[in-house]
Design a protein around this ligand. Structure first.
Ligand code: TMP
Length: 254
């Protein structure tokens, strides 16, 4: 049942043509990958939860004036977004040492950083998303100095806001990855937040116990992966009413 044209299929999402020019439909899959897709699996209900969690966080961010590509959620697995020109960078923010920072620099996982760190990775699967410096970004024209200034300012606001929001529900925002896009409106270009914000691209630890509630449960074979994502949604007050049973249910709602 080809409802509309598929434009792009990524590791966790599919993009379809939207109902109006300048819009797209973003479909959230249950597929999970790690280590540049060397590890593959399925997390039942992940797509439904990430759709909800990302809707919630993007909406809260829009309320404080952070421009995003998000328009509205359409159903259990889909959201309507603005079509943007994706900047080929992954912008990672770290508040606590973990993951590749710990393995690369030998900083023990869990050590709070004296200040937040922003890192850039070049989005290129063939190259394994290598870390890059500002000089590479501007030299190769992936983004201008102005684009970078805008991205850093937005990233710091997102980090401050989300750190507080998650702390309010007993979760430490350890680190996360953002993507940005260029949105053209009447010859004017704005940088807006794109992609998704979910336990797929954040490290979220219980503030008291340090228990992991994010994709590291999958990456590191810790078990109870679905439960981690569900717990994040539950604490944010957005777990679908029928609970976990609803996760694989019919796509449309309301
Ligand atoms: P890292 O410690 O593996 O570099 O990951 C830092 C953060 O970025 C972590 O919250 C997970 C997220 N991330 C992605 O969203 N996509 C990726 O491809 C990678 C490597 C990390």
């Amino acid at each position: 049942m080809a409802r509309r044209r598929q434009l792009y299929e990524g590791k966790a999402k599919i993009l379809f043509e939207g109902p109006e020019p300048g819009t797209l439909v973003q479909y959230f899959k249950d597929d999970a990958t790690a280590f540049n897709a060397q590890k593959k699996g399925t997390i039942t209900g992940k797509g439904v939860l990430n759709n909800r969690i990302s809707e919630y966080l993007m909406t809260r961010l829009a309320e404080i004036g952070v421009p995003t590509h998000f328009i509205r959620r359409l159903n259990m697995r889909e959201q309507l977004i603005r079509e943007v020109e994706i900047i080929p960078l992954e912008v990672v923010v770290r508040n606590v040492a973990a993951g590749s920072l710990s393995s690369r620099l030998g900083i023990p996982e869990g050590q709070r950083l004296p200040r937040s760190i922003i890192e850039y990775y070049y989005k290129n699967d063939q190259l394994g998303d290598p870390m890059v410096a500002e000089e590479h970004i501007t030299c190769f024209g992936w983004a201008s100095t102005q684009d970078l200034d805008d991205m850093v300012a937005l990233t710091l606001r997102v980090n401050d806001f989300l750190t507080g929001l998650f702390l309010g529900v007993g979760i430490t925002l350890v680190d996360f990855k953002l993507e940005f896009g260029r949105l053209w409106e009447n010859e004017e270009m704005r940088i807006v937040l794109a992609d998704e914000i979910s336990p797929d691209n954040c490290r979220l630890w219980d503030a008291k116990t340090g228990e992991k509630m994010d994709k590291d449960r999958f990456r590191r074979d810790l078990g109870k992966v679905e439960e981690g994502y569900q717990e994040v949604a539950r604490r944010l007050g957005i777990l679908p009413e029928a609970g976990p049973r609803d996760m694989t249910g019919p796509e449309s709602m309301q």
